[in-house]
Design a protein around this ligand. Structure first.
Ligand code: ATP
Ligand code: MG
Length: 417
């Protein structure tokens, strides 16, 4: 992509009410546009990041047998009344049509997925099954001051699984927990799995996946020696104490953001929707359900918050909008020719390149934009770099670059056939 063609420009002015670091950076760099508190549109750079995050999530859900669907987000009122959530879920957006019919906007999809599953899972032999979607959610959050980390409209991957027995649920739950840890590693995040009660849904055990960041809204304690981690809200352990799990490490307190969670819904929804089956012996039972969420737009915010520096965003390789940011400096013809040739070679080889080919733009302004946008590798073509024998290559996380020959740079990115 040529930066001269890119739909967005970086900007200095952003809405004055935007106080969160993640949204400030994403707005300045042109990843998102703010519509109102808690509601953001995703622009070309933002979509590239979000799609990569969601594709990683999709791959790992497919790998554990999840099957993708897309459910409606405009919901009939009836299933919400049937589970009692119409009156008890405070974040539920309720809307009325011009004929005074009432609807809900999807804040989670148990009310929709359970009746769908009841139609297709008709025998114990059909179990287990897991279906998931990646889509928009709507929640009437009271405070929406954490930028894209807490939206009133946001995106989530939500998977629902159905099991004949508690043992089978437990088996799948352990597999899903490992898949979650793998996802967060692939996303370039260090996520800790806390043990917590399932909040409004159930008193059964759940795991929250927490990324340490001062912008997070959760308080956790974690062990410096083993993987033990707990939400302060539910834990009776405090900072400074010896870890109750390993009896060796010390507990540290930190702020964290919940990027995902998994929990046992038990038979709450299968009972509410009278979704029952018969065992091989003819005994009626209600399947056990699991719910597995990941906030994909929250991940964008957490990465922006936790991995950025004072110059701008710093994307992990796996979710960066482009792999290489190619900057051509000055209007020297040789520079232009070499930069164009490099852009063509890399693009043809399938390397995603953002090519800053903009004329009448100072080197300083191009560098500042590159830092703000945060692509992992910056490569500069200038008269000076060509005289020194090639291009200057610098990782976004490094302070200084190195001169590398153009051929060597290409072979570092493109595997030889
Ligand atoms: P929180 O405690 O942060 O409100 P939650 O317990 O309500 O989260 P779930 O209902 O389990 O969250 O949703 C699954 C995931 O969706 C969460 O782990 C989080 O990553 C994401 N999420 C929840 N609410 C929001 C929101 N308002 N904006 C963005 N992402 C969200
Ligand atoms: Mg919530």
């Amino acid at each position: 992509m040529r930066q001269s063609h890119l739909f967005t420009k970086t900007r200095k002015e952003i809405p004055a009410d935007e106080t969160s670091k993640n949204a400030q950076l994403l707005l300045k760099a042109g990843y998102v546009h703010k519509e109102m508190a808690g509601v953001y549109s995703y622009l070309p750079l933002g979509i590239r990041v979000l799609s990569k995050i969601e594709n990683i999530v999709r791959e790992e859900m497919d790998a554990i047998g999840g099957q993708e669907i897309t459910m409606a987000t405009l919901h009939p009122k009836e299933p919400w009344v049937q589970t009692g959530a119409w009156d008890s879920v405070d974040v539920l957006f309720k809307i009325q049509s011009r004929t005074e019919k009432e609807y809900a906007l999807g804040q989670s999809e148990e009310e929709i997925v359970t009746p769908i599953a009841r139609e297709y899972i008709t025998s114990y032999k059909d179990l287990p099954k897991a279906i998931y979607q990646i889509g928009n959610k709507y929640r009437d959050e009271l405070r929406a001051k954490s930028g894209v980390m807490r939206g009133r409209e946001f995106r989530m991957k939500d998977m629902y699984s159905f099991h004949a027995t508690q043992e089978d649920f437990d088996r799948y739950y352990a597999i899903a927990k490992e898949a979650y840890l793998k996802i967060f590693t692939r996303l370039g995040l260090v996520a800790k799995a806390t043990e917590a009660s399932g909040g409004a849904f159930t008193t059964k055990l759940s795991y929250e996946f927490m990324v340490l960041t001062d912008a997070g809204e959760d308080n956790i304690v974690y062990c410096d020696t083993c993987t033990h981690c707990a939400n302060v809200e539910v834990s009776d352990q405090k900072e400074g104490e010896t870890c109750s799990r390993c009896n060796k490490g010390t507990l540290f307190a930190a702020k964290a953001s919940e990027v995902g969670n998994i929990f046992d819904l038990g038979q709450k929804y299968t009972k509410a929707f009278d979704f029952s089956l018969h065992t091989v012996d003819g005994e009626a039972f209600f399947p056990i359900m699991g719910c597995f969420g990941i906030g994909t737009t929250r991940v964008v915010g957490v990465v922006a918050e936790a991995l950025s520096d004072d110059r701008g965003l710093v994307w992990p390789e796996s979710i960066a909008p482009f792999r290489v940011h190619l900057l051509a400096l000055g209007d020297d013809e040789k520079v232009k020719t070499e930069a164009e040739a490099l852009y063509t070679t890399l693009t043809k080889a399938g390397v995603e390149v953002l090519f800053d080919d903009r004329a009448d733009m100072s080197a300083g302004a191009k560098f500042a934009d590159a830092d703000l946008i945060g692509i992992p590798t910056r490569v500069v073509v200038s008269t000076r770099s060509l005289e020194a024998g090639g291009v200057e290559v610098k990782k976004r996380t490094e302070k200084d670059g190195n001169i590398v020959s153009i051929d060597a740079f290409i072979s570092s990115l493109v595997p030889k056939a």
